[in-house]
Design a binder for this molecule. Structure first.
Ligand SMILES: Nc1ncnc2c1ncn2[C@@H]1O[C@H](COP(=O)(O)OP(=O)(O)OP(=O)(O)O)[C@@H](O)[C@H]1O
Ligand SMILES: [Mg+2]
Length: 433
């Protein structure tokens, strides 16, 4: 038997040009999933994490069987299930919107599927329903109308309704998104406990990185239908493979750098020892430093570089400071001690805390390559050679790194001092043509 319960094998999916969105506008033909490969172990808690529109729900619907891939296969226990209809797959889905039957009470909502399927006695059904009611802590609510329940309680019923079928895999599509923060935190803990008790595989979808870090054994980070990284929460946090992942997972300082040679890197106008090798010599790279990994010292003579504290805010456990280095870069630092605004400080970064990453993406227009500072963004989209929408903005200590996407889904990377907003429509002008 296969070690994996679910395997997603070279899956591609496009939606046809001309289909309509909810508000009736015509969609462009788009590739929503691009060569997706994932192996999910039995009993694992796996989370698909990525921004809105990256393809998470589409991937879940493919696993559930509500959609077919254009290319590639879905395997379960090593067997190809690509053409098996949803109701014959031993899995159940919990959706973001609860989709409960409003005219049935809690008990009947949960029992409904089992009664419909047939083949079970009243007593067997009753035993199963009571067991899952207990599991989701809703035993006292069995006679209640679902309309009279809170959002969190309704979602518990939805989970119970999925679990009563005893699926091998539970698919959860942003099941907590509609709940307030406190309820969401409580439900996260309950879901984690439920997963441990049941021992079945959970495949969970969210765009909330904190939720993914809290819940998962494995996180799959997705952007634009492509897998960016698969790993344990700690590995993804400590060693993101690119600036997208670093920016998406938690707070960090993302900076331009140059790998001078093995174990030697330059950024913020200083040279640092690091532990990375194999990038070649004088190679442009991205650097990630987590805010808790920059040490502050009052002994300026032992520091690697100096700066001035610009702001200092207490965040409950630690202080968060913004510091201007003497060379003109802004860094975010977290420390258990507060340092006075305006005071001069020294800073130290350990070699193991410097994360070096390959830069990703090139700007190619009319067969010529452009550096990130050879592209200008314009307010008026008609004024550019092309136009597009701003998809992401990363602050790099002294400038912004912006990703702009054209309507045919080409992405250009632009470095600028100007402030733009995500979602802005802009003209894209290539300089030095
Ligand atoms: N039936 C469809 N026809 C055409 N395009 C679709 C269809 N379903 C989804 N899409 C498009 O596919 C892309 C991915 O959608 P999907 O719902 O998988 O994203 P998501 O990651 O779940 O986003 P969210 O976090 O907002 O739920 C989007 O651009 C969406 O507009
Ligand atoms: Mg979705």
């Amino acid at each position: 038997m296969s070690e994996y319960i679910i395997q997603i094998d070279h899956v591609n999916k496009s939606f046809e040009k001309g289909s309509r969105t909810k508000d009736g506008t015509l969609r462009e033909g788009v590739k929503v999933l691009d060569d997706v490969n994932i192996n999910i172990k039995k009993g694992e808690f796996v989370t698909f994490l990525g921004p809105s529109g990256c393809g998470k729900t589409t991937l879940l619907r493919l696993i559930a069987g509500f959609l077919q891939p254009d290319e590639g296969r879905i395997l379960m226990d090593g067997k190809d299930i690509t053409n098996v209809p949803p109701y014959q797959r031993p899995l159940n889905t919990v959706f973001q919107r609860y989709a409960l039957f409003p005219h049935l009470d809690v008990y009947d909502n949960i029992a409904f599927g089992l009664k419909l399927k047939g083949g079970m006695t009243e007593k067997e059904i009753d035993q199963r329903v009571r067991k899952v009611l207990k599991m989701v802590s809703m035993t006292d609510y069995e006679d209640r109308d679902v309309d009279s329940l809170s959002g969190g309680q309704q979602q518990r019923v939805a989970i119970a309704r999925a679990l009563v079928n005893q699926p091998k895999v539970l698919l959860l599509d942003e099941p907590l998104a509609a709940l307030d923060l406190k309820m969401r935190k409580d439900m996260q803990i309950e879901l984690k406990e439920m997963h441990q008790k049941l021992g079945i595989t959970f495949i969970y979808v969210t765009h909330d990185q904190e939720e993914a870090l809290t819940l998962s054994d494995t996180i799959v980070v997705i952007d634009e239908g492509r897998i960016q990284q698969i790993g344990k929460p700690k590995d993804i946090y400590d060693e993101p493979v690119n600036a997208f992942v670093a920016n998406f997972i938690g707070e960090s300082n993302i900076l331009d750098g140059t790998m001078i040679e093995d174990k030697k890197v330059r950024f913020i106008d200083k040279e640092f020892d690091c532990v990375d090798e194999g990038f070649g010599e004088n190679t442009p790279v991205d650097i990630v430093i987590r805010p808790e990994d920059i040490y502050i010292t009052k002994k300026l003579e032992v520091a690697q570089f100096l700066g001035t504290v610009k702001s200092c805010t207490f965040k409950g456990v630690h202080y968060e400071m913004f510091v201007d280095t003497d060379d003109g870069y802004e860094l975010m630092i977290q420390d258990y001690n507060a340092f006075d605004v305006g005071s001069k400080i020294g800073m130290i970064i350990k070699p193991t805390d410097i994360q070096v990453m390959h830069k990703f993406g090139k700007n190619i227009y009319e067969e010529k390559e452009y550096a990130c500072n050879e592209i200008e963004l314009l307010d008026n989209k008609e004024d550019g050679d092309l136009h597009g929408k701003i998809r992401s903005i990363i602050y790099k200590g002294n400038h912004y790194h912006i990703e702009v996407q054209t309507s045919d889904r080409k992405i250009f990377y632009v470095d600028t001092q100007e402030i733009w907003d995500k979602g802005d429509m802009v003209g894209i002008k290539f300089l030095n043509k």
